[in-house]
Design a protein around this ligand. Structure first.
Ligand SMILES: NC(=O)c1ccc[n+]([C@@H]2O[C@H](COP(=O)([O-])OP(=O)(O)OC[C@H]3O[C@@H](n4cnc5c(N)ncnc54)[C@H](O)[C@@H]3O)[C@@H](O)[C@H]2O)c1
Ligand SMILES: O=C(O)C(=O)C[C@]1(C(=O)O)C=C[C@@H](O)C=C1
Length: 365
């Protein structure tokens, strides 16, 4: 593809990851970026992800092939007016916001439908900022596209092809349907996680035993409670109607669960957990689906200084990138093992063979 120039407004976790993927797959692309954080821009230029760092939305955004709005949702919408003067017939204007109706409404108000295709990579992290961005973040993740009604079919095809070339999986949805679906599978879980963590904080014993003893189950379901407060504040404000309805229906489900427990209804209790297990297990296990597979190996490590560094060096010198590394203790590995997480199955398999070659005991899970 002959992409010449791409603009980014907001260069955090998502903007930074897309910019890095563009740099990886299209090294000659001219990348222009504006972020309110000057240190972010300086780092992005220093790392050669960005060619031109802008102090505002200025003339550097003229003649872009794509402009990606990647700031918190309400800023993306607010910047559209300023961007209008840099719109030209060939431009694909897009965003990465987690809610789509508000930006589509503003696009219609400003008469920008011909160039706007909303975007939303279904990938992310509880960590934010350019510092945590990586080109592989969107790899194998669904990338939802919500085209405006009057956008040309060729533009949508071009954008789909571009998303595919960045190794993500484009899928087209109506923007209202998008907000209803993400309200349930993304926004509701974040609200539940935040409320659950706050509930533990508020009801903990004086000696904070809940905080100390919280184990795998609690940590699995609350990882996302560490996400960016500004991002989630804005999502709740912008998808208010859907979230409110979904929460009301979910509260009913919780009340039913309470009634089943209060009634000591053995059969209903069994069915509740059986049904959830069966449905959860039927969800795609590979990363080609809404739930990303974790690629990890577990390895016995000699209890001596430098043990982890030795393993990290073996992997790095064989070009295997580590996503996460740490000692875990659980019922299966009471003594503790080193858990190493990778970005994909290939790295995980290569690492397992390599470590075995170096006589480490490796467990694949
Ligand atoms: N984090 C996720 O999991 C995730 C996933 C998909 C989509 N999104 C969407 O992506 C967007 C960005 O989220 P993120 O996770 O990258 O957040 P982030 O906090 O990592 O990055 C946001 C960036 O925008 C910059 N910024 C903030 N206000 C600005 C302003 N007024 N003008 C210019 N720059 C500004 C910040 O300095 C930061 O670099 C949001 O709209 C969010 O809904 C997030
Ligand atoms: O993996 C995570 O940490 C995320 O929360 C990612 C996640 C989600 O799945 O809810 C968060 C918000 C987005 O708009 C898209 C993806």
């Amino acid at each position: 593809m002959n992409t010449q120039k791409i603009g980014f407004i907001g260069l955090g976790l998502i903007g930074g990851s897309i910019a890095k993927a563009v740099r990886l797959y299209y090294p000659d692309t001219e990348i222009v970026a504006f972020d309110k954080n000057k240190e972010t821009l300086a780092l992005a230029v220093q790392e050669e992800t960005v060619d031109i760092a802008c102090g505002s939305i200025d003339i550097n955004f003229a003649a872009c092939d794509y402009i990606f709005l990647c700031a918190p949702i309400s800023y993306n919408t607010a910047y559209l007016k300023q961007l209008k003067e840099y719109v030209h017939p060939g431009l694909i204007l897009t965003d990465v916001g987690s809610v789509k109706t508000s930006i589509h409404n503003e696009i219609t108000r400003l008469g920008l439908e011909d160039c706007f295709i909303g975007g939303h990579p279904m990938a992310g992290s509880e960590k934010s900022g350019f510092i945590n961005s990586k080109p592989v973040l969107i790899e194998n993740a669904y990338y939802i596209l919500t085209p405006s009604v009057s956008v040309a079919a060729e533009k949508l095809d071009k954008y789909r092809t571009f998303v595919e070339s960045l190794k993500a999986l484009p899928i087209t949805l109506d923007y209202k349907k998008h907000d209803y679906i993400t309200g349930t599978i993304s926004h509701l879980p974040h609200i539940i996680a935040a409320c659950l963590v706050n509930f533990v904080r508020d009801t903990d014993t004086e000696d904070e035993m809940m905080k100390s003893l919280a184990a795998g189950g609690f940590k699995d379901i609350t990882r996302i409670a560490s996400s960016s407060p500004i991002m989630w504040q804005q999502i709740c404000l912008k998808n208010k109607e859907n979230i409110s309805e979904i929460l009301a229906a979910y509260i009913k489900t919780l009340q039913q669960a309470k009634a089943t427990i209060d009634a000591s209804s053995e059969q209903k209790l069994y069915h509740m957990f059986e049904a959830s297990r069966d449905y959860r297990d039927s969800m795609p296990a590979s990363s080609l689906g809404p739930i990303k597979k974790v690629f990890a190996v577990y390895c016995d490590i000699i209890d001596e200084a430098g043990g982890i560094a030795t393993i990290a060096t073996i992997l790095a010198s064989n070009n295997i990138s580590i996503k996460n590394i740490g000692i875990v203790h659980n019922r299966e590995f009471e003594e503790g093992v080193l858990r190493i997480e990778f970005y994909n199955a290939q790295s995980s398999d290569s690492a397992a063979s390599l470590l075995e070659k170096y006589h480490y005991i490796v467990y694949e899970r």
